[in-house]
Ligand binder design. Sequence first.
Ligand code: SAM
Ligand code: SF4
Length: 486
Amino acid sequence: MENIIKDIDIIAPEEAQACDFKTTQEENTGKSKKLYIESYGCQMNFSDSEIVASIMKENGFDTTSDFEQADVIFLNTCSIREKAEQTVRKRLSQFNTIKKNKPEMTIGVLGCMAERLKDKLLEEEKIVDVVVGPDAYRDLPNLVAAAEDGSKGVNTFLSREETYADISPVRLNSNGVSAFISIMRGCDNMCSFCVVPFTRGRERSRDPHSIVNEAKELFQKGYKEVTLLGQNVDSYKWSPEENNKARLNKKEEEVSAVVNFANLLEMVAKVSPQLRIRFSTSHPKDITDEVLYTMKKYDNICKYIHLPVQSGNSRVLEMMNRTYDRDWYLDRVRAIREILGDECGISSDMIAGFCTETEEEHQDTLSIMDIVKYDFSYMFFYSERPGTLAAKKYADDIPLEVKKRRLAEIIEKQSALSLERNKLDVGKIQEILIEGTSKRSEEQLKGRNSANKVVIIPNNGLKAGDYAMVRITDCSPATLFGEIVS
Ligand code: SAM
Ligand code: SF4
């Protein structure tokens, strides 16, 4: 038990469930108004905030890191678990005083919570002026202008086409080394626990040429790493005539060319061997050997795959509507190991205590973790979301204390596996990309190896964006420590 508590100290269940948020930084380019954005939830949301900042910049706004100085405050929200929504509501109540003192300030709720709750949000949260869903950000300047004139507004129209391909995102919270590139939007899967298909709409793929151009521009500005983002990157599919996957699947013979995810990866990898490519999230049902061979072919495609399993039990996976079973998942892991070897990092998402999950089925999750030996996992207990298939079909019948205990067991297992995996790196020489000085000390630099692990080395004057060959000398469950060899 003492061990469990110790490990929970590393990633407490509450913390694993909580949502971090990121804020805009100060930028003064002489615009007349100030915009402050807080972004919650997944990387996709952080990437969307960069699109929002770009749209608002075109319309007279510089960003600020101080909400008290802002003319407009946006909360770009997440709905994935109940806790995420509670956090945003609490935050809104904290803005009450400032809105009282500065009634002309506009407060907007964007993202998944906006999409899910629509005008109900205006009724329930009186300080909110605009509510805008993920596909309606081009309408923000109009809605903000209307709010300044006293009219509250909602736009939660979900598009089948919008990819914001032509918008060049303003990089927020950037270390100047790595950036996100959104390659698709929405999700056509219907995992029964998940609210995303309802809040982000149908799956669309972005024009690959605009993706490659964005990668080139980033590289020219000194960035050395891009992460291609989508809810299910392996189902990326684009043709010059059609970007909507469901429609494209029907008329593949009628289109002039089709670009799949392996093709896209190759196109981005060719931008420069000095530009690292990462991607997230891969879906076990869709990841192909073609993608794995493309990863193998290019040294600059990082050997790391986020492949969420959610549960290690086939009955639970079926109830989750993940459309793969335990054997299928293990076969995909076998292919990764065969094609990319043992050093390829694999991480996962896990949900503890899904509806009707028995103790034996929970044990299957622990045992699949032992077999795969994940380097890292995001771990959650099940949180019922209104409107999802699971909420409609199944009782949320696992008591909270059981969910929490199972989650603690998963976290304890992951901590041991992370340490075991990291120990395998000790003694090896690996290339790392320096991201800056470490949080703890200016005397140390922080970088990342291909498998996405943080590596701490003594500060010998290398700069963010430099590559270095490093011998790994020690490790903890979360970090590798090394010394420069060249
Ligand atoms: N598209 C990604 C995929 O399929 O792996 C995941 C996207 S979702 C934003 C991130 C993770 O949140 C999921 O993989 C799942 O583990 C977790 N999650 C989603 N809905 C949840 C729920 N209702 N309760 C607990 N965790 C949930
Ligand atoms: Fe949600 Fe499943 Fe889509 Fe991921 S693949 S966003 S878990 S519905």
